[in-house]
Design a protein around this ligand. Structure first.
Ligand code: ADP
Length: 665
């Protein structure tokens, strides 16, 4: 709800800005104390002759007949576009505080003279490059009424030569306000675009991990904003650098179709990538050509503009067609976005054509309205998206709570299972001790045989329950390693030795080998034991009589590699990646003859990773498997536990652990 309110507020602010800026323009033009000087303009083509004092003789106006009349908004009739043009106009007689004239010129260098003195100059009159379009405010001496202003102009663009707009006289403060109001809407829109673009660029990098779709959209938004700033007249208030703004205008303008092409391409999941690639590459080329042409003075920076306008309009029409054709296939968000975008395209194309083909086009553009509609559509889309994301978050939270409850239930059940199992096992142990062998026979079999079956299956259950508890603990983040500085070689060797007899009794030989006598490093003995027993029990489980198991330790200085290899049934190549996943058993038919749950290896992997190491497997189906554990050699800092106590404890629980781990063979 709050977001909706913010969006609506945003839209209202935009609308107020439009209204205020337009009222402002209207009222300042009507009410401010400015006097338009639109009549009595005259011009002369070519440069003025200079008298012997170095003064321009046309100031003295000897030959009145040569001056031709024209109005401020029209072009003078000249043949040579690259020559000088003189204009003159008589100033009115009103009195103003801080009197000044203000006017707008298009792409031309000029100097302003009064009473034979130069009072203002813009650009370098020999410049081969065009200046930008600018507002100028020029201070006047206090006594100016009835005097004549002479303007000496130079331009390489015939279309722009002699064009002076809004030539007015008034107080300087009024004029500056007027300039600001003139460009206010454009400037606010531009800033809005840049700010929205930068924010969404940050969001795309930080929150959406650099999702390309949003990055391109943000870049396009920023380019459009910069282009609007460079197009407007307010930019001169920040940096007075016409050439700089010329380049900025060119680069940002050409970047709009480039970034937009990339964005729309992503939006349509690269379905029309060929078309969009052409649009992008073509505009890139155009930009490079016009920049290089300008750099080497081959052609003016604006020479490629007609091609640009044409190709831009064409690509926009193409994009519009694609959007309209796919309109029904999209969800509401894309539909609203498309509507806003079509409004923007349409207004842009209209302005482009109006600008190019209508010589009497006005200064106000439709594109600004298109942009407002586009921004409103964006606000609505963001709002809808937010509402959807909120729903998803609520659903996700519910699921999370459910799964947490399940996890807790699971953990409780596992613990509850362990208690009765332990009491069964201890009762069995008691029975085994108290009933002598061969004293009780059931169906001709010794009772202890039945006890053994019960014991084995209890261990099997215990293994499963233990694994489940550990996996649960890992998921919940409770299972932590207790690192002690221990000789890893003897730890691994001891475990291997302790089960060597059992393995041999299965008709399988086990060979232990190491290339280092001692390697003291930080490890959690209990976890290493779990890892080794798990791998060894698998090796036994999947080996046939006569097989061989190798346990090797290799010291690689900063790492220790422990290898458990067997000559058993092996694992199929396409299954190798899966065996470390939870509950994965490869060969169901085979494994079923051995018990298992598919948790063992996933637990092993987690335990190895707890040590900062990794586990890899190599296997040849039918020939055997090789598991390699690489552990980094580190030293534990607070190795405080009493050595003897720890060993005793380990000895005590050792046998039971072996019984458990090997129960499913
Ligand atoms: P399980 O409890 O089923 O043994 P594990 O996670 O320990 O679960 O092993 C997963 C699967 O990986 C086993 O079912 C088996 O298919 C395969 N596997 C593990 N170790 C070996 C091995 N040494 N030789 C052949 N296959 C193995």
């Amino acid at each position: 709800m709050r977001k909706t309110a913010i969006c609506i507020l945003g839209i209202i602010i935009i609308l107020i800005l439009i209204v205020v800026s337009n009222i402002g323009r209207f009222s300042f033009e009507k009410e401010s104390a400015l006097t338009p000087v639109n009549s009595g303009w005259q011009y002369r083509a070519g440069d003025s002759p200079i008298d012997k004092n170095g003064k321009f003789s046309w100031f003295y106006d000897n030959n009145n007949a040569l001056w031709k009349d024209f109005s401020v908004h029209s072009h003078p009739n000249i043949n040579n576009s690259n020559s000088y043009l003189w204009e003159r106009v008589k100033l009115p007689k009103q009195n103003y505080r801080d009197p000044s004239i203000y006017f707008y010129t298009k792409k031309q260098d000029f100097q302003v003279f009064m009473d034979g003195e130069r009072i203002y100059s813009f650009g370098n009159l020999n410049n081969k490059k065009l200046q930008g379009s600018f507002w100028h405010t020029i201070d006047l001496p206090n006594i100016y009424g009835g005097k004549v202003i002479y303007i000496r102009m130079h331009s390489i663009d015939k279309g722009a030569l002699g064009e002076i707009i809004n030539f007015e006289v008034g107080s300087k403060a009024d004029e500056i306000v007027n300039i600001i109001m003139w460009d206010f809407l454009n400037f606010t829109m531009a800033l809005l675009f840049v700010v929205i673009g930068i924010i969404s660029l940050f969001v795309s990098f930080i929150r959406l991990r650099g999702k390309q779709l949003f990055i391109y959209a943000s870049l396009c938004c920023i380019c459009a904003g910069i282009w609007l700033i460079s197009m407007g007249s307010m930019n001169q208030m920040f940096i007075y650098a016409p050439e700089f703004w010329g380049y900025i205008k060119m680069i940002s303008g050409y970047s709009i179709p480039i970034t937009f092409g990339l964005f729309i391409n992503k939006l349509f999941n690269s379905k029309f990538s060929k078309m969009f690639n052409i649009i992008v590459v073509f505009h890139m080329l155009l930009l490079v050509v016009s920049l290089l042409g300008d750099f080497f003075n081959v052609m003016g920076m604006t020479a490629t503009l007609p091609v640009y306008f044409f190709s831009f309009s064409l690509s926009t029409i193409m994009v519009m067609i694609v959007i309209i054709k796919n309109y029904s296939k999209h969800d509401v968000e894309v539909k609203i976005f498309s509507l806003g975008f079509i409004a923007l395209c349409f207004s842009g194309i209209f302005d482009g054509f109006n600008w190019a083909f209508n010589p009497n086009h006005t200064q106000s553009y439709l594109t600004q309205w298109g942009m407002i509609i586009f921004l409103i559509s964006l606000c609505i889309v963001v709002n809808l998206h937010y509402a959807k994301a909120k729903d998803d978050a609520i659903k996700y939270e519910k699921k999370l709570i459910e799964s947490q409850q399940q996890l807790k239930f699971f953990s409780n059940i596992s613990h509850e299972l362990r208690t009765p199992l332990n009491s069964i096992l201890s009762s069995l142990q008691l029975l085994n001790i108290s009933i002598p062998d061969d004293s009780i026979k059931i169906n001709g079999k010794d009772a202890s045989d039945y006890f053994d079956v019960m014991r084995l299956n209890s261990f099997r259950l215990l293994k499963l329950v233990n694994n489940l508890i550990d996996i649960n603990k890992i998921d919940a983040g409770y299972l932590k390693a207790d690192f002690q500085n221990k000789d890893i070689v003897s730890v691994v060797e001891d475990i291997t030795q302790s089960i060597a007899n059992y393995i041999k009794s299965k008709g399988i030989s086990i060979i232990f080998d190491t290339d280092v006598e001692e390697k003291v490093m930080a490890c959690d003995i209990e976890k290493i034991e779990r890892i080794m027993l798990n791998l060894l029990s698998n090796a036994v489980k999947f080996s046939k009589e006569g097989g061989e198991i190798y346990v090797e330790i290799h010291d690689a200085d900063t790492e220790v590699v422990i290898t458990v290899a067997d000559t058993g049934i092996g694992i199929m190549a396409d299954k190798l990646n899966d065996i470390f996943k939870r509950f994965v058993q490869v060969d169901k038919s085979f494994t079923r003859s051995h018990e298992g749950s598919g948790i063992g290896l996933s637990l092993v992997k987690e335990l190895v990773e707890m040590h900062g190491g990794n586990i890899a497997v190599e296997s040849e189906y039918g020939r055997g498997s090789k598991f390699m554990i690489t552990l980094p050699v580190k030293q534990a800092e607070n190795d405080t536990l009493n050595e003897n106590m720890k060993i005793m404890e380990i000895e005590d629980i050792h046998n039971e652990k072996i019984n458990i781990e090997f129960s499913d063979i």
